[in-house]
Write a protein that binds this ligand. Structure first.
Ligand SMILES: *Cc1c(COP(=O)(O)O)cnc(C)c1O
Length: 243
């Protein structure tokens, strides 16, 4: 928890905010249209505390139970600061209940089984006073040619959306995409944007479009992203190899 770490995070955060603002303007979009979700997976609670002190109020985590424990530590260190944490990584069904205790929303929902697991988990959390608002759901889209990163193909989105709607403790907020490694980022984002445009016609409430990471946030914002998930560009290289 040295000041130098805090200074480094401060500088990298400002640089990332500037990239997001520049890309938003370049795309002819309104300031504030795009949320910067700082991905803190694999980094300690002390880093999240620094981020809160720097004004960050939205973070992304990808591993349970580490995330739940870390966020509890952060809340204990800054009891007067309220912030939101999103689950952005692959979730096993058996972890749905513990994720539903802390997550504002889940970006990486990609099967009917997982929707049902989160629907049940969020309802139990609500019944037991562990959460008051519905758990937000973003359906993860799989683009052509890369099933390895998970996700639903376009033809499966309507059924998945109906399944979300069947759970009163869930709310459908939008789509999420991770650009496949083998497609140029701009092309991948445009392909995702086209799917999103078709999807939103029948699901106008599902406005969120979680797209873009450290390496492709400009392409994502040009394609209409409403939320970029930025880890490395702010936190530095992750200590352990991960997605
Ligand atoms: C880790 C992760 C990110 C952050 O990626 P960076 O390249 O470090 O910015 C974004 N989205 C998902 C789903 C992730 O797992």
């Amino acid at each position: 928890m040295t000041d130098s770490r805090r200074d480094a995070l401060s500088a990298a955060l400002s640089a990332a905010q500037t990239r997001v603002a520049d890309a938003t303007r370049a795309a002819g979009r309104a300031d504030g249209d795009v949320t910067l979700l700082v991905v803190t997976k694999f980094f300690p609670a002390s880093d999240v505390v620094h981020l809160l002190d720097l004004g960050v109020r939205e973070v992304g985590e990808s591993r349970e139970p580490e995330a739940g424990r870390k966020l509890a530590e952060v809340s204990a260190a800054r009891p007067d600061v309220s912030f939101d944490a999103d689950m952005i990584g692959t979730v096993q069904r058996k972890k749905a209940r513990s994720v539903a205790r802390w997550a504002r929303r889940v970006h990486s929902v990609d099967s009917l089984d997982l929707i049902d697991a989160f629907g049940g988990a969020a309802a139990r959390c609500r019944d037991e006073g562990e959460r008051t608002s519905p758990l937000g759901v973003l359906l993860q889209l799989s683009l052509d040619g890369d099933p390895s990163r998970g996700g639903l193909v376009e033809a499966d989105l309507a059924d998945a959306a109906d399944r979300v709607a069947s759970h009163d403790a869930l709310s459908l907020e939008g789509l999420m995409v991770i650009a496949p490694l083998d497609i140029e980022a701009g092309a991948a984002m445009q392909q995702a944007a086209a799917v999103r445009e078709r999807f939103i016609v029948s699901h106008p409430e599902a406005r969120e479009f979680s797209a873009g990471m450290s390496g492709d946030l400009e392409e994502a914002i040009a394609a209409g992203s409403t939320c970029v998930r930025v880890g490395t560009a702010i936190m530095g290289p992750r200590p352990i190899l991960s997605l």
